[in-house]
Design a protein around this ligand. Sequence first.
Ligand code: SF4
Ligand code: FES
Length: 245
Amino acid sequence: MSAPRTISFDIFRYDPQDPNDKPKMVTYEITEAPGMTVFIALNLLREQQDPSLQFDFVCRAGICGSCAMVINGKPTLACRTLTANFPDGKIKLMPLPGFELIGDLSVNTGKFMRELAERLQLWLQPDSNDIDIHRLENPMDPAEAAKLYELERCVECGVCVSACATKQMKDTFVGAVGMMKIARFEMDSRDTRTAEDFYHVIGNQDGVFGCMTLLGCQDACPKDLPHMQQIAYLRRKMAQTIVSC
Ligand code: SF4
Ligand code: FES
């Protein structure tokens, strides 16, 4: 059996709260273990070499979306990335672009997602006359439920935002995650908003007509969500809305 190899991590370090700090890359080395992920390596680095290293995680299983970062140029989840994927043993880690930097590899995706939800009103808006708190269940057509469930798999990691060149050039662009969530409510038969209501929110260059179809969102999404299918669906809906006005 060959001896375990040494992995070298080149990690972005910067504390925006410290006026004396400057952005820099710091190199660390660690011995690789079988099945090691970038997330596991980062925890070992923090435990054994540098307790000040900042990065986020909660679930370690690709469910919470917290550990997203740019790994060798690609935005993705650290807990789903094996160090064995990098044959030369050199791994460069950067924070996700397009989000407020908290420090080192930690960015404020929560703030971004909350502002997006408020801007696009990403919550169910049912008919208030139809609410009966004594009704135990609101049955839903299984085919509709399956479609909504597919889009509910988003873990709000922010990877599609960082992978989108349009979003990086235009801060006001709602991005794939915003459009996919709009598609989710547009398809929900309980939501009373019409296609025209949604048109006022995303029927413009900040929404469906601003997407340049570069496919970065779909290529990078760790949950394999069908971004382009949803954006095309919304584009057709919005175009029909213009024609029927
Ligand atoms: S759509 Fe995919 S890449 Fe974008 S935030 Fe959701 S899970 Fe992450
Ligand atoms: S730690 Fe939750 S997705 Fe990686």
